[in-house]
Design a protein around this ligand. Sequence first.
Ligand code: URA
Ligand code: SF4
Length: 190
Amino acid sequence: MPTALEELAVQASTCVACRLSEHRTQVVFGMGDPAADLMLVGEGPGAEEDRQGLPFVGRSGQLLDRLLLEEMGRTRDSVFIANTVKCRPPGNRDPKPDEVETCWGWLEQQLDLIAPAVVITLGNFASKRLLGTDVGITKLRGSAYPYRGGSLVATFHPAAALRGGGAVLAQMRSDFVRAKLLLDGHGAGR
Ligand code: URA
Ligand code: SF4
């Protein structure tokens, strides 16, 4: 029997609800442990993600894997990684507001089914959409927010650390530690 999350992935794989469906190779639904206590939400697939059908498998993904391991002792198979829009915006342009809204239903169902204790949002698009705010990531990061019965930690997108260097990376590290402390305080195994 397929799980509810597997069924959702099958449904999403043929989604043509917004114009991003026209340019994608495939829908990048997300990957990881369907019962994960930690979920990470990025912006949208890039070229490599569109090719492989998996989230964060390019340079940003390598940095994300490093941060998970070095600051939280976690590997990507023990968390769930998804994106705000599930199809690659052409030329890696920003997702448009109507695309984020149209795609929200998939992410919302993922959040409901996985029900993580902690969500880390990576960058402006995920952080603003999940928190329902126009406040930018520079202001949002550095705090944890109550979210869907758990907590949300907003941090920069790894691409910003790749561009911006040490200061951004140091702030991301402290945000990942913040998420780890929340998970540790949340009780064994959850
Ligand atoms: N950037 C994102 O926001 N998501 C990915 O999956 C890859 C790069
Ligand atoms: Fe559907 Fe989301 Fe892809 Fe748009 S980006 S076609 S809403 S899966």
